[in-house]
Ligand binder design. Structure first.
Ligand SMILES: Nc1ncnc2c1ncn2[C@@H]1O[C@H](COP(=O)(O)OP(=O)(O)OP(=O)(O)O)[C@@H](O)[C@H]1O
Ligand SMILES: [Mg+2]
Length: 453
């Protein structure tokens, strides 16, 4: 952002306050716009994007609170900070209830102004990134529909490009849901074979005999039910690529036949006949540790060497969390379009929760979480309640930032404020807060602000 720390819209009817606060913010690198009324503020905020809007509570015409609730509707992602008069805790409470990001009491302490502004800007930046990412998605972070900006994924992209030019067999390793099939397709579609077929074979799905005939075809009468001669997928893939998905599941008998095919580049259909010669490239994928399978005798070492000429390892999502915001933006765009919904952003809290979560199901799990949220969310912005419980709850247990905890934190903050402003005079602090001294003491105890008697 070229030295600009963030953009702030300041709304206050007192010209002096505007001058003083703008000066502080500008001195600290912020880009500042000002407005004297809520109406003017609404107009400005509809024309420009601000990282934070700081507004006075008392404004002529539409007051600060109404202004705040309009802003929540019109620009739900932009944090609003409310300036409240000294000693009026009720205003602060109302502002927080209406969805203010924070409040600052007047006269404004410059350090507090800068701290709160910095927090608000960083919250907003996480959200905005999510929207502006969409344009980046179209270019360098999108390689054949594989999204990734992390260094490890950029390396994967480079490797795909390099191996695509060759005819070598490729083994793609990675946990479930990391995008192995996408990588396999990218290798094929980047290769000189791209105008021929890419044929995926699921090595888990079918029985040994069916798998063999699926791959190599069969002659009429080769086995019960083989009424016709049938070509196998390897023949159909001639000139193109065969993708052996979950190759670790390939039965040993089929492994043997496949190895012979790789050595000779020709094979016999099930049930004999003449030899069939084809030109196919082999890409295989596995989420198993093939070395261990070799040790256990479940996988032929010689076949492994034939397949593992070039290895592409797709790292789990938890090891490339940089990719999470951009992936989330990608899936948001995809599912909002598919469901014809106007959902344009993801709340920064949600992105933070995504960044904390470990994603055992990898990118597939993230994709499902975003799809689900898009389906549940009526419009606007995806927020915490639309997340699956596992991701939402992690936030509460692992951090102090949960919704529930925020309420507690806010109460504690208000207590402290009232106490500080009354030099810890409990009777006066209780007055300011509009509660009895006894209630105040109970709350103080609850928040650990009273030494245990
Ligand atoms: N980097 C990525 N960019 C965009 N979409 C991705 C990415 N990685 C994975 N996906 C999506 O996640 C889902 C799972 O990807 P894919 O099927 O390629 O994973 P896989 O590694 O083959 O998983 P499995 O081992 O379970 O078969 C797909 O819907 C895919 O489009
Ligand atoms: Mg797969």
């Amino acid at each position: 952002m070229n030295g600009i720390t963030g953009s702030v819209l300041l709304v206050d009817d007192e010209i002096n306050t505007l001058k003083v606060l703008s000066a502080i913010l500008k001195d600290n690198g912020y880009d500042v716009a000002t407005a004297r009324t809520a109406e003017e503020g609404l107009d400005r905020s509809s024309r420009d994007v601000f990282d934070v809007i700081i507004t006075d509570y008392r404004l002529p015409g539409i007051d600060g609170l109404m202004f705040l609730s309009e802003l929540r509707k019109k620009s739900p992602g932009v944090p609003v900070v409310m300036l409240t008069a000294f000693g009026t805790i009720e205003m602060a409470v109302e502002a927080m209830k209406t969805g203010a990001f924070n409040y600052i009491s007047k006269p404004v302490n410059p350090d507090e102004l800068l701290t709160v502004t910095r927090e608000a800007v960083s919250k907003h930046r996480l959200l905005v990134e999510n929207i502006s990412l969409k344009s980046q998605l179209r270019d360098r972070y999108n390689f054949k529909n594989i999204i990734g900006k992390s260094d490890v994924m950029q390396e994967v992209f480079n490797l795909i490009e390099t191996v695509a030019r060759s005819n070598s067999s490729v083994l793609i390793a990675g946990e479930s849901g990391t995008g192995k099939e996408l990588v396999a397709r990218a290798v094929h579609y980047e290769s000189p074979r791209s105008d021929k077929s890419f044929i995926p074979i699921d090595c888990t799905a079918i029985s040994e005999q069916l798998l063999e005939s699926e791959l190599f075809g069969h002659e009429k009468g080769a086995f019960t039910g083989a009424y016709e001669r049938k070509s196998g997928q390897i023949e159909y893939a001639n000139g193109g690529t065969i993708f052996l998905d979950e190759v670790g599941e390939l039965p040993l008998s089929v492994q043997k036949k496949f190895l012979r095919f790789l050595q000779e580049r020709e094979f016999l259909r099930v049930g004999g006949g003449s030899r069939v010669k084809v030109d196919v490239r082999i890409i295989a994928a596995t989420n198993r540790d093939l070395d261990a399978e070799i040790q256990r005798g479940n996988f032929r070492e010689d076949l492994f060497f034939r397949l593992n000429v070039v290895r592409i390892t797709v790292p789990p999502l938890r090891e490339r969390k940089d990719d999470i915001p951009i992936l989330a933006a990608h899936f948001l765009a995809k599912y909002a379009a598919a469901n014809t919904k106007v959902i344009t952003s993801i709340d920064s809290d949600v992105i933070e929760a995504f960044l904390r979560y470990d994603w055992p199901g990898n990118v597939r799990e993230l994709e499902n979480a975003v799809e689900r949220a898009v389906v549940l969310c009526p419009s606007g912005m995806i927020t915490m309640p639309f997340l699956p419980r596992a991701i939402r709850e992690l936030r509460v247990t692992r951090t102090d930032g949960g919704e529930e905890l925020n309420l507690v934190e806010t109460e504690k903050r208000l207590l402290l404020r009232a106490l500080e402003k009354t030099a810890w005079n409990q009777t006066r602090a209780a007055d300011v807060l509009g509660i009895s001294r006894k209630q105040l003491r109970t709350k103080m105890k609850h928040h650990g602000l009273l030494p245990e008697e």
